[in-house]
Write a protein that binds this ligand. Structure first.
Ligand code: DX5
Ligand code: ZN
Length: 222
């Protein structure tokens, strides 16, 4: 099963609700929220209040990617606001095991995120505790960036690590994923594909979502 997670970072916020409904009609499996605090990444986006209002109208699972400092302080707020999945970066967390356990204790699926320049070796131990790994294929902070080519090799290596250490773990790929590379990524082992500008830079969000979802479904069939 390959899942599509539109990232609303690239959405038109004047029409956000409408565009999320269009993604849902087009077959999106979850909605990806890029939470940025202007400290961990050089950009500021939104907090739990946005998830709270979306949760009231959207039945899809909400996937919160926290690109923030001091995650332990805010994890409860995002889960209370409706996040079903919470992913946190390994780069700015001295106690990644404790933070992952906190997410699970509060009832959400727990993910660890790794940036393009961080060694996959750092994941070896935490793979025993997470529900998913978010492999960044761009440097976090902005939508619309180019896919970092080496991410495909990293994905293949990560797939091998997951199979050896904890086959239950899903792999999510995030950044520069487009219709041109999504099938190759799915075939290389990605289970959840995050697509931002590859969906929201099109006027017809519903049909673009449907097109990308059908590419994903066909890749699973192969
Ligand atoms: C970047 C975010 C990504 C980004 C994806 O920091 O984590 O989710 O929004 O957007 P595209 O698909 O346009 O690269
Ligand atoms: Zn993201």
């Amino acid at each position: 099963m390959k899942l599509l997670a539109p990232s609303i970072l690239s959405a038109d916020f004047w029409r956000l609700g409408e565009q999320i409904q269009a993604c849902a009609r087009g077959g999106a499996d979850l909605i990806h929220f890029d939470v940025m605090d202007g400290h961990f990444v050089p950009n500021i986006t939104f907090g739990p209040v946005l998830l709270e209002s979306i949760k009231r109208y959207c039945s899809l699972p909400l996937d919160a990617h926290l690109m923030i400092e001091n995650v332990d302080k805010y994890i409860p707020d995002f889960i209370k606001a409706g996040a079903d999945m919470v992913s946190i970066h390994i780069e700015n967390n001295y106690h990644i095991h404790r933070s992952i356990e906190l997410i699970k204790k509060l009832g959400a699926r727990a993910g660890v995120v790794i940036n393009p320049g961080t060694s996959l070796n750092l994941l070896e131990e935490i793979l025993n505790y997470v529900d998913f790994v978010l492999l960044m294929s761009v440097n976090p902070g902005f939508g619309g960036q180019r896919f970092i080519e080496r991410s495909l090799q990293r994905l293949k290596r990560l797939k091998g690590m997951v199979e050896d250490i904890n086959p239950r773990v899903l792999i999510q790929v995030d950044g520069g994923v487009k219709e041109e590379n999504i099938v190759e990524l799915a075939r290389a082992g990605a289970d959840i594909l995050v697509v931002g500008s590859g969906i929201f830079s099109y006027e017809d969000v519903e049909s673009q979502t449907r097109k990308i979802k059908s590419l994903l479904t066909s890749s699973a069939a192969l």
